[in-house]
Ligand binder design. Structure first.
Ligand SMILES: *Cc1c(COP(=O)(O)O)cnc(C)c1O
Length: 404
């Protein structure tokens, strides 16, 4: 059988990045504040804000830094309770703890999206802010979430680290809540090795975040082409009032990111087509189920998640091994050792491990397979074939009779 494709290598960085990088190497101008204007980081912020349709953007060192600064910029008091999903990356509870707040976890359903009943119930437990993680690009019901949070005047931070290019009712993910955060780490849609960005329409929030990101003295004036009156008032109010965390992005990272912004539509389109092609195949199996997207959502996936149906722990193990023998690595979120997306591994959380039986059950049968946008149809088909064969090998072709 043909070899399964390598799903780990990133796409090459567009050649056009070389001109800008060469210029930076010659001038040594790597710090965003050296040049009085038009630094690559500032240009990236302007281009990204325009692309997303948001008023302001702040480029930083990672999405974790973006989440942390967002919480700090909301001005939450020490020990404020921040509601987060029980299925997310460890960076999310970590950012809450860094911001001196307390993470409160809510249940996630077997479609990887926030369980709205548990979310609403927990909103009543003295919650000051919410982080919604669109985990692997799966968008929770943002209409319901915004209605619940707006009614209580609770600010929503969107962790869109891995969801760039996803839309909800035609609106870009990350622009629905008060603030949105994205990642440029290598496994995300746009790759700078490391990097993140905050977007918001809130002048006061962005002024706080800019200062705390490390705009010492009056360096904030280099962030914006034109300062509107809201921004001027905000910086006047916040000058010298906040600690500096120095989470800035370097010009080199911005030079690598900017030419990739033009690639986003292609990567989104190819990623979605490839995902849907593999999903349709997997859903022909009795043993594999890819939950559908919500109707408001247009996804931008670079991986596929599916649930194992009627496989016990031993079957699951055998399925993972059978796929691996054919060259496809399947990660079952809750079964791989020390997985950073399994909440019981967040042993840095204060107190006992939270009780989230529904999320735990989902994590024990939810599989994750990388499916980068650059794969050809033939390569996508090999991955689908391997997963189907592995399931059939372990479970057979007929439904099994239980209780006999
Ligand atoms: C990758 C990721 C992060 C962290 O992003 P970094 O840029 O690596 O800090 C946070 N949340 C989610 C959902 C992610 O996928």
């Amino acid at each position: 059988m043909t070899l399964a494709p390598n799903v780990y290598d990133a796409e090459p960085i567009p050649d056009s990045a070389r001109v800008e990088i060469d210029k930076l190497l010659k001038s040594g101008d790597l710090f965003r504040y050296t040049a009085p204007e038009e630094a690559p980081v500032t240009l990236l912020e302007q281009e990204f804000a325009a692309l997303m349709g948001s008023r302001y953007a702040l480029a930083v060192s990672s999405c974790s830094a973006a989440l942390f600064l967002s919480l700090k910029a909301l001005g939450l008091p020490r020990d404020a309770r921040v509601l987060i999903p029980g299925f997310t990356f460890a960076a999310v509870p970590s950012s809450v703890l860094h911001a001196d707040c307390l993470p409160v976890l809510c249940e996630v359903g077997d479609n990887y999206r926030i369980d709205l009943r548990d979310f609403e119930a927990k909103l009543e437990s003295g919650i000051s802010a919410v982080i919604i993680s669109h985990m692997r690009g799966h968008t929770s019901d943002m209409d319901a979430i915004m209605a619940l949070c707006d009614a209580r005047q609770i600010p929503v931070v969107e962790d869109a680290a891995h969801s760039l290019g996803t839309t909800w009712n035609g609106q870009n993910i990350g622009t629905i809540g008060r603030v949105g955060c994205f990642s440029f780490q290598s496994y995300k849609l746009v790759n700078a090795g490391e990097g993140g960005i905050v977007i918001t329409d809130d002048a006061d929030l962005v002024a706080r975040a800019v200062i705390m990101s490390g705009a010492y003295e009056h360096n904030w004036s280099k962030h914006f082409n034109e300062m509107d009156s809201n921004l001027e008032a905000a910086f006047a109010c916040h000058q010298n009032q906040h600690p500096l965390y120095n989470l800035r992005m370097s010009n080199l990272s911005a030079a690598i990111i900017r030419p990739q912004l033009n690639e986003i539509p292609r990567r989104v389109r190819d990623g979605r087509l490839g995902h849907d092609r593999v999903a349709a195949r997997l859903n022909t199996s009795l043993w594999l189920h890819v939950p559908p997207a919500l109707p408001q959502e247009e996804r931008a996936p670079d991986s596929i998640q599916f649930n194992l149906v009627d496989l016990n722990a031993e079957d699951t193990d055998r399925f993972v091994k059978a796929a691996a023998e054919r060259g496809v690595k399947v990660q079952v979120f809750g079964q791989s050792t020390d997985n950073a997306r399994a909440f019981w591994n967040w042993q840095f959380l204060p107190g006992d491990t939270p009780e989230l039986p529904q999320t735990r059950a989902m994590l024990m049968r939810a599989c994750d397979v990388r499916l980068p946008a650059r794969l050809t149809h033939a390569e996508q088909d090999i991955i689908a074939d391997v997963l189907l064969m592995a399931a059939d090998e372990v479970m057979g072709l007929e439904p099994q009779a239980y209780g006999t």
